[in-house]
Each structure stands twice: as structure tokens, then as C-alpha cells.
Write a protein that binds this ligand. Sequence first.
Ligand code: ADP
Length: 776
Amino acid sequence: MNLGHKLFIGFGIVIALMVLILVYTYINYDNQTKAVDDNLSSTEIIQESNSILISLLNMETGARGYAISGTSEFLEPFYEGREEYLEHFSRLQELAKNKEYIEGNLKTLNKRYEKWYEWETAQIIANREKVNAGLFSMEDIVAIVNSQVGKKEMDAIRNIINNVIDAEQNTLNSRYDNLKKAERKTGYVMTFGGFLTALLSIGISLFTALTVSRPVKLLIQATENIKDQKYEEQVRLVGDKELNLLINRFNEMQAMIKYREEQLNIKNEALKAQMAEVNEATKLKSQFLANMSHELRTPLNSIIGFTNRVIKKSGESLPPTQQENLLIVREEANHLLELINNLLDYSKIEAGKMEVHPESFNLLKVIDEVYQMTKTLAEGQNLNYRQDSYTKEDIPIKSDRMKIKQILINLLSNAFKYSEKGTVALSVEKKESLYYIRVKDEGVGISEEDIGHIFDEFRQVDGSYTRKVGGTGLGLSITKKFVEMLGGKIEVCSTLGEGSCFTVILPDDIENNEIQSEMQKDENSSLTYKKKIVCVDDDPNIQRLYKQYLSEYEFETIALTGREDVMERINEICPDAILLDIMLPYKDGWEILSELKNNNHTKNIPVIMASVLSEKNLAYRMKADEYLIKPVTQEELVETIMRTIRKKQGIDVLVGDDDENFLNLMGQFLKEESMPYRLAKDGEAVIQEMLFKKPDVLILDIMMPKKDGFTVIEEIRNRESIKDTPIIVVTAKDLTNKEKEELHERTSIIIQKSAVMMDTVMETLVKRIKEKFENA
Ligand code: ADP
């Protein structure tokens, strides 16, 4: 019998016992109520009988009084007594219904009464009237009374009534005895039954406590032990089979947790040891770097100093070739010094020795100084160099002056290094409590593929230009670290062949943590890539509407009214598309469109004209990408923007595969098809790339290190920002039917890789991607 059955039977007995007691008590109560009713009727019978006795006494007394006195007043109680007698007698008859014994007595009583009444009226009252009339003497009356006829009758009547009273009194008494007995019995039953029920309930409670509560308590205690990492004590078995099963499972689980924790501890220890080694190695590396840099810097300074001296003092007297040689020595030595300085900075940052020295100063002055210092860099190159500020007044800031200088010099020297033509602009702007310092150039630019890595240490873009100009690949990573130390962040926007714009955002007070946390928030939210749409329209209501429409679709809208320098703002923002009204306050939309399309920087940004005017043909002739007639619906707007961006930018493809050959091949194919692409070597890298920027399509291998394709798909589908990315699975794995089914449910296309037909696979793939997007 299991625990449930035992408890069921126990509680069943208790309930049955309670029902029995209840039924018994109810029956007894009913009987007692009836007995009380009967008692009431008996008491009434006795009362009525006594009333009859009183009425008779009144009649008798009246008749005697009249017999003695002859005064008619004495007859009044006699006749009144008769009235009362009749009344009580009839009530008694009513009460005695169904009581045969009393009914019999009443019949006899009435007969005798009538006889007595007749005798009293005929013999006593009538003859006394005759005495009053002088026809009879008092002696005759006395003789009649002395005959005792009346008395005998009355005695008999009284006997009958007393019998009735006695009989009823007896019944009353015996009923009372019965009631007492029944009451006592009920008391016994309730006490005994209640006691039994209580005893049983205690038994069941004890049983439950012993069989259920105790083991549960033990289990709770055991979970506490697990929480405190005490695994030795196992939970003891109890009598019940089911509970034992649970306890056994629990003990197994505890053993498993213990085993896993031990394993984890071993791994943690190993990891700690490794970490210590790594830290030690890093420390040694930094120390080595610092020592080496120092050792190298000293002789280098001498080399530069002496070379400068030689060039200055006797340069002109040297033959031209020697003169050139010396200039090369100086240039190379300067380059080496820069490299060493960078290494020294880097090692200081790494070792946590780089300190921030906050002070209050005028940011505009520092920018001016940097501008003057770097002016020489532009000389000799075919470059314009410009400096702009939002104000001519002082710009107060609390930060590290030297670091800001170094940040700007790094960015500017890159701008000059990577530009052969165009303009380099250094500008500053203020938004709320943040300063936006921009270094913008029109140089070689950075490809989308490389832009994510330029801040990595020792990372240089692999290209002939970079090789030509040289460098360490440390400048930007140091710059980024400096900016972060100042509580700010750095952003970059660049187009290959068209130029770059680096923006350093700094708080006006380095000690103001609120800004830092605000920027942190910003950074987190920028994990999901939003396409930027610039909306140029002077009607604030339209702007509000555009914002509402587009914010639902992962677009970031930037509103321009047309009063500002639209071209400059667009240059800074580098939007993914522009929504342009025609009737604007300063320049009209046509003018802006023509400027956008004639500027190398902006000509590729899709422009969608939106106006109440119907000028579609003119717009297309002026190279607008799309034309919308206002009012525009949300669907129309979103659909048009998406279509134009896709048309302009091609399809952004992310390829995830651990096979480098396949990645290379895919890269070449996608390049030939002029599709922007990114490559990821394992599952984890795929997710990271996707979160950095959502691709238009993901080409995914199934067997990969770190995270396999199935896990990657699962993670993608669970993340709101990327879950709808189309996925094309390309795999060499022989998929089982179940796997195929699972993949078909969650992906768009599955293509099997085969070494022999790799080219064909690639072509099919590219074709499929194109088809898919042209149909979309
Ligand atoms: P480097 O010493 O090579 O300049 P940096 O860390 O300063 O190292 O820059 C890393 C890479 O970023 C450079 O190799 C270069 O390809 C790219 N880069 C930096 N600034 C610019 C720029 N203004 N224009 C184009 N490319 C740039």
C-alpha cells in the first residue's frame, strides 16, 4: 500500500466516525424534541384537569351556600363554575384526543358530572327555592344533604380527575427519565466518539509527520547543506517506498553536484594557475617593453640630435647623396622614436601605470595648439587643413590636457598619413554635457571589413598604402584607451576611397560619472546595429511622424530642418539613407539633392525625395533614388527605405565556417559579385559579428568549433534583434533526416558541400542569395 492509500484510509475512518456521531446526535435530538412536545401536552392536560377541579369546587361551594342561606348571590359561582367546567372539559377533550385511557375516563366523568349537576339543581337548589316560598322546611333540606347522594357523586368525579392527573404525571415522569437517559447517552457517544476521532487524527498527524514531514525536512536540510557546499551527509532512507525513491534520486543528484563541483574546482585551480602565469608573463612583457624602450630611446635621441646637428652645421658642405642619406637617417630615426614612444605608452597602459591628471582648462586653446603643431604635417602635401569650433568663446573642460593633446595628434597624424588629397578638418561641437571632437579626412578610407579591427593592438589594415606609409598599428588602440580613461568614447565612420571621420566624445567633467554611465548605456544599445536615416524637413509634425514610423523598424532617425548646413551634417553622420523634402527654408531640396549627388562623399547615399509636389520625373533625372508623394504611409516609407538601401548597399553577407579554404573562396566569390561580406571562423565569432551588425544573410556551416551550427541557429532565433536573419546552411556533414527536418524548420536553404563541385556550390549559393533578395 502506498503512502497516498494509507493517508486516504486514515482520513476516511476519521470522516466516517464523525458522520456516525453526527447522525446519532441528530436522531437523538429529533426524539428529544418530540418528547418535549409530548411533555407540553401532558402539562396542559394536568392544568386543565386542575382547572376542572377548581370549577367543580366553586359550583359545590355555591350550591352549599345557597342551600344554607337561600341568598341567590350564592348561585352565581355555581352557574359560573358550570360555564368554566364546560370550557375546560372541552379543552381537555381536545388534548386527550388519541389518548384512549383519558378519553374513557372523560366519558365517565361527564356522565357523572351531569348526574351530579341534575341532582344539585333538582334536589338542593329547587327545594331551597321552595323553602323560600314556605312550601318546604329547612329540615327537609338538611335531610336531602345528609342523604350524601351529591357528595358521593362529587367524590367519584374527583377520583376520576385525580386518576387522570396521576396517570399523566406518571407518563411525564417516565418521559423525563427517558430524556435524561438519552441526554446522558448522547454525551457518552459524543465524548467517546470525539475522543476516538481526536486520537485517530493525532495518529494520522504523527504518521504524516514521521513518514512525510521528517523526510521533507531532511531533504530541505540537505539542500541547505548543498548550498553551503557540504555534500558528505546523505539523506537517510525512510519506510515509504515512494519517498525512498525520491530520496535516492536526491542523493544521486547530490553526488553528481559534488563530482561536478570538484571538477570545476580542479579546472578553476588550473585556470588560476594559468591566470597567474599569464599575469606574470604580462608583467614581465610590460617590464621588458618599458626597459627596452627606455634603453632604445636614449641612444635614439642622441642619433636624432647628432644627425640634426650635422645637417644644420655642415649639411650644405656635404655631397648631395650624403645629404640625402642623412635626411633618411633622421626620418627613420624619428619613425623609430615614434614607434618606441607608442610601445612605451602601450606597456604603461597594460601595466596599469598610466595615470590620469585631471585639471580645468580651455579645450579650445588645446585644440588651437594641436592645430598649430600639426599644421606643418600638411605642408608639402596637396592637402587643405581646416579648424572649426561651435564657439569663439572659451570651452571649459575638466580632463587630462596632455592626453587630449596626444589623442588629437594621433588622429590628425593618421588623417595626414592616410590622405593624399582633399581636406583634413578638426572641429569641436557641444551637445548637452558632452564635447564631440571630430577629425575628418578625404583620404583612402577604411573598408567595412577592416573597420571593426582598427582599434585592436598591433592591427594594421593590410594594403599597399599602409605598407607604404608605415606605422606600428598601436596608435588607435592607445588613442581608444586614452579616450576611455577620460570617461569618453571614440566612434569612426569611413568609406573606402572616400575618407574617414573619427569622433572623440568627452564629458565636460571627467569626474561626472553620470555621463559615463549614460555612455555605457549608449554603448550597450549600439550592440544592435541600427540603420541611420537623415530626414530633412522643416515641418516638426512630419519629423515626429517619420520618427514614430521608423523607430518601430530598427532605424535611427536624425531630424534636420534645412536651416543648418545640411551637407556638413550629412557628411558627419554618414547616414544609410536620406529622406528629403523639396520646399525648405534656405536651400530647396533640389539644390541639396544636386550637392549630394555631386559630392564624392555623399553621392552613394540613397536619397528619397518626399514632397506634396508631383515632380517624380525631374527627381529621377536629378538622380534621386526614389520619390514619394506626401502624405506617406508607414508601410510605403519603410518599404521604400529598405528597398533603396538594399539596392545601393548590395547584400551584406556573413559567412561562418571553420574551413579557411572555404572562407577564402567564398570571400573571392562575394567580392566578384560586389557583395559586402564578413567572415567568421567559429560559432562564437558568428554570434559576435551578428550582434555587432546584423547581416542581410548568414551562410553557416554546421560542424564548427566552440559552438556548432545548431547551437548558433538556436541562439540567433532566441535573440530579438537578429532572430529574423535569413540563414543558408552549407555543410559537408551527412545530415540525418531528423537534423534535416530541424534545419528546414529554422533556415531558408540547405546546400551540401562536396569537394569536387565546390565552384558549382558557390555559384548556386550566390544565385540563391540574389534570387532571395530580388524576390523580397
Ligand atoms: P598605424 O600605426 O598603422 O597608423 P593605427 O592604430 O594608428 O596604426 O591605425 C590602425 C589602422 O587603421 C591603420 O593601419 C590604417 O589602416 C587605419 N587607419 C587609421 N586612421 C586612418 C585614416 N584616417 N584613414 C584611413 N585609414 C586609417
